[in-house]
Design a protein around this ligand. Structure first.
Ligand code: ZN
Length: 173
């Protein structure tokens, strides 16, 4: 990946994810002492005064109050949460193959919210049809109800980039 495409996850002092920033902004924050790196990449950055590893996850030195963004339904968030993996058969999906399945079908009162949506491949989605997962012989790989919405949802909808190192800070499993 080209370095300019690298993004850095920013956690509040409380470890709550609050932003995604460019790697340049991340370096400035570290040099100024406004943040420390929790996870580094293996890319070395040479600045005139110092040499450091490009961070992947930053933690702010001080707590910053952040207004909570409401838990709005968003397809990107569902895909990120599910790591682009079909939640029924475990297949890693290409963008063109992705469908979203209502775990409790809408015809049976299932809501259109992120806790009732799972990433699915077209085969599993059509096999499941209007059934509950158990009725179709499926077991969800992960239960979406275990995941909490977080205040960076708004940024995430513009960003399908996901660094593996971010996962333990973004999701509760
Ligand atoms: Zn599948």
């Amino acid at each position: 990946m080209h370095i300019d495409k690298r993004k850095v996850l920013v956690l509040n002092n409380s470890y709550e994810p609050i932003n995604i920033c460019s790697w340049k902004k991340a370096i400035i924050m570290i040099i100024k002492g406004n943040a420390t790196s929790l996870e580094d990449t293996d890319i070395i950055i040479n600045s005139p005064s110092t040499k450091l590893l490009l961070p992947s996850v930053l933690r702010l030195a001080h707590y910053v109050p952040v207004p909570k963004i409401r838990n709005k339904l968003n397809k990107s968030y569902v895909l990120l949460r599910d790591s682009f993996i079909c939640q029924y058969c475990g297949k890693k999906l290409k963008e063109s193959e992705i469908t979203l399945d209502h775990i409790i079908p809408r015809s049976r009162g299932g809501r259109n919210n992120w806790q009732n949506l799972a990433t699915a491949c077209p085969e599993c989605n059509s096999k499941k049809g209007d059934k509950l997962p158990e009725e179709a012989g499926f077991r969800l790989k992960k239960d979406p109800r275990r995941y909490q919405p977080f205040s960076m949802l708004y940024q995430l909808q513009f960003c399908v980039y996901l660094d593996e190192r971010w996962k333990k800070y973004l999701f509760l499993d």
